[in-house]
Ligand binder design. Structure first.
Ligand SMILES: [Ca+2]
Ligand SMILES: [Ca+2]
Length: 283
């Protein structure tokens, strides 16, 4: 509903700028000026540069939040958002699927359970939309996989999550240009994450290995982060993804053992939290 309201507002403003609106005489002067600017652009033959009111790199007519937003676009349904994990699996180094490496696969458990997939989308108020801080009621909450290949299995093991960012009617797609990954402080780590998007907008999620996934990052290195008191974690790794609009997000995770310490021996990939934001460029 809110999106439609803003789309209407943007449309109205657009009509006013073109001098097509006669409903408000007070805007008459401004409309004339805007029309002149539009004419100059046409003379240049540039074909018209698409408006990007919130400067997030996504043109207004493709942007689910054309007037900007600061919320976490991957907030899960268990913490008041619209996102939900719809599939988890794992692959061997040769790309072959092997579900034996998924630690917990139950998608019905939420924020307060240790090592289940939906935990990765949980972040409690009042830091749910914070780009700098993650809060948990259970600091073991987050998707987990076995990270060490069994004898005869080729590494590295990769853990997969397919996320529906719009699992209710509140949105058709989300916009973002950066991912922020908060490190786990339990008994495993995430050292690498790769992000993919998909053109599907329907209610049936593409499978983890669907040919339509488009990777928008490499396997980016995830930093050590800062453990405040286990329940609160700061200093996420910021991954620039470029401007994206998608309903479904695929997250691939690895633990190469490079962050091994007291709370990690490289045995598990553990993925505490990821948030997506659509950040406006400076004016
Ligand atoms: Ca935009
Ligand atoms: Ca936007």
């Amino acid at each position: 509903m809110k999106n439609w309201y803003w789309m209407f507002m943007v449309l109205s403003l657009g009509l006013a700028a073109q001098g097509c609106s006669d409903s408000d005489n007070a805007n008459g002067g401004g409309s004339g000026g805007s029309a002149g600017t539009g004419g100059a652009g046409g003379d240049g033959g540039a074909g018209g540069v698409a408006m990007d009111a919130d400067r997030d790199g996504i043109p207004d007519d493709e942007d689910p939040t054309p007037n900007g937003s600061t919320n976490n676009k991957l907030n899960g349904t268990n913490s008041g958002g619209a996102a939900t994990v719809v599939e988890t699996t794992a692959t061997l180094g040769n790309g072959e699927e092997d579900v034996e490496y998924v630690y917990e696969s139950d998608l019905t458990l939420g924020c307060d359970d240790s090592w289940y997939p939906q935990g990765t989308l949980c972040d409690e108020p009042d830091t749910t939309d914070s780009p700098t801080t993650s809060t948990k009621t259970d600091y073991d909450s987050g998707a987990s996989w076995y990270a060490e290949p069994d004898p005869g299995d080729e590494g590295p093991i990769t853990g997969f999550l397919v996320v529906d960012a719009c699992s209710d009617a509140s949105c058709e797609a989300v916009d973002f240009n950066e991912a922020r990954v908060f490190q786990m402080f339990s008994d495993g780590k995430t050292t690498h994450v790769r992000v993919s998007v998909h053109a599907e907008r329907g209610d049936t999620a593409p499978s983890w290995d669907d040919a339509g996934w488009m990777t928008v990052t490499d396997f980016e290195t995830i930093g050590a982060g800062t453990n405040i008191d286990f329940y609160i974690v700061e200093d996420p790794t910021v991954i620039s993804t470029g401007p994206r609009v998608t309903r479904y997000v695929r997250l691939e995770t690895r633990n190469d053992g490079s962050l091994a310490g007291d709370d990690d021996d490289g045995s598990y990939i553990e993925f505490r939290s990821v948030k997506l934001f659509s950040v406006s460029a400076p004016e």
